[in-house]
Design a protein around this ligand. Sequence first.
Ligand SMILES: [Zn+2]
Length: 155
Amino acid sequence: MKEEFPYTLSTMCYIEVRNDGEVLWGGGHEAYERVRRGECRLYAVWPGQWSSHLFAIDDLDQYAAAFGLVHDEKRTGLADHQHEVSWSVSPYEKRPNGSYVSIEVQLGCGCSIRDLKAFAKQMREQRGWDVATTTGWGSAGDTYSIRVRRTSLRQ
Ligand SMILES: [Zn+2]
């Protein structure tokens, strides 16, 4: 399967065929675990305008990485450790009392942020931050600008 297979496309439909022949609406972390245990096979239905195509998910690592089910250090730029985070409210933030504020983040641990969703997940676990993943973010050198729910920010 090609690397750019759009695993997370919202219209992608996953089907799980269990070894006993039962067919389930599949996907997610539990399906991943069942495939790993050899209890079923996973297929993706990629709906097109005129016809849909069925793909066997043969690269489970890619599938898991696409959904963030396992941590992928190379792809995300983020080690699976407690990051050394320093941050401050962005000098460009015009509404520092809004529900979300822009902050500038630097990572002293040598990590870089290539995947905002992965970083958001780690920050939720490590610091309780509620990082906005649907709005834009950016980086300048080793400084990253992200938006975080203000009430979730604690030094
Ligand atoms: Zn780190």
